[in-house]
Design a protein. Structure first.
Length: 309
């Protein structure tokens, strides 16, 4: 069996047509903040988005940008990693989403566009679980160690254990499930806000895993796969320091992509540890983080599909 690569140089990003505060997701996402005024929010988000794309392309990352449609209204379309994932065996996974207005984001037309450049062998649609109110929101709900076929997942209203097992069955992954809560004791809605898995490192808010047995199981798994653990605090997690993604340039150089707020929150020691493995790349996405409740990693859907010859 060939080893999967943890990173890719090809990313899908969705340029939003109606970015805004999503009332339907606010109940489970403690990171969202409602603005006093909505004036200029869409334009500010677009400016941040375009600057992010420009930065990635300037670093020699292949970014495929697809324009969102204005109808139906999709305030969270900027976060495509929740509804789709692309795998190196040619599989494309579609995921069950908790918020009804996020289900409109699932778009097979986008997958058809990608088929002009990549091999798509199977589309595996897990959205049927929505009928039973069971959800798994892609690589938000799961942080994948693709090389070791491990799916880390903190269980929450948006991350269901049964759907996680179904994903693992289809893709040959092993689940590492646990419970995690923020500083107020509220379940963390997506795993990718509290941890990031890189080729050689793992950034994780261990404090959020309150069960000592579950915490040790996660640590043991990370150590067994030879990841250097960079532990972040609740405060750093609240600045989206867990919401990072390692990508690579088209020439194979490692980059660790994060927001400016996440970058600022890191200590000098943490930065030094990470920079032994990768180059840190950060961008200001304050509007997107504040209103949308997601950060840099959420905006990036990794394309691991085989390229057409």
């Amino acid at each position: 069996m060939t080893t999967s690569s943890q990173t890719t140089s090809t990313l899908l990003m969705i340029r939003p047509a109606s970015f805004g505060y999503n009332e339907q997701t606010a109940g489970s996402n403690a990171f969202q903040q409602k603005a006093h005024s909505l004036n200029g929010i869409e334009q500010s988000a677009l400016k941040e988005f375009d600057a992010f794309v420009h930065l990635l392309r300037s670093k020699d990352v292949d970014v495929i940008v697809i324009e969102d449609t204005t109808e139906p209204h999709k305030p969270d379309a900027i976060f495509p990693n929740n509804w789709v994932s692309f795998h190196d065996n040619g599989d494309v996974l579609l995921y069950p989403m908790q918020a009804e207005n996020r289900r409109y984001e699932r778009n097979e037309g986008i997958i058809r566009k990608l088929e002009s450049q990549f091999t798509v062998k199977h589309i595996i649609d897990l959205s049927r679980f929505e009928l039973d109110d069971k959800f798994l929101e892609g690589t938000g709900s799961m942080v994948l160690d693709r090389e070791n076929k491990l799916a880390y997942a903190c269980l929450s209203p948006r991350t269901n254990a049964e759907v996680l097992l179904t994903f693992c069955h289809h893709l040959g992954f092993r689940p590492v499930a646990f419970n995690a809560a923020d500083g107020n004791g509220k379940a963390i809605y997506h795993t990718n806000v509290m941890m990031c898995i890189g080729s050689k490192f793992a950034v994780i808010c261990l404090d959020s895993i309150t069960d000592t047995v579950e915490k040790q199981a996660v640590i043991t798994s990370l150590q067994a796969t030879e990841k250097e653990i960079v532990a972040i605090s609740y405060e750093q997690m609240n600045q989206f320091a867990g919401n990072m993604l390692e990508v690579k340039t088209t020439s194979g150089k490692s980059l660790l992509v994060m927001s400016a707020s996440a970058h600022r929150s890191l200590t000098e020691e943490q930065v030094n540890t990470l920079e032994k493995c990768t180059e840190i790349v950060s961008t200001d996405i304050t509007t997107i983080e504040t209103i949308g409740g997601g950060s840099a990693r959420c905006m990036l859907a990794e394309i691991h599909l085989p390229a057409l010859a």
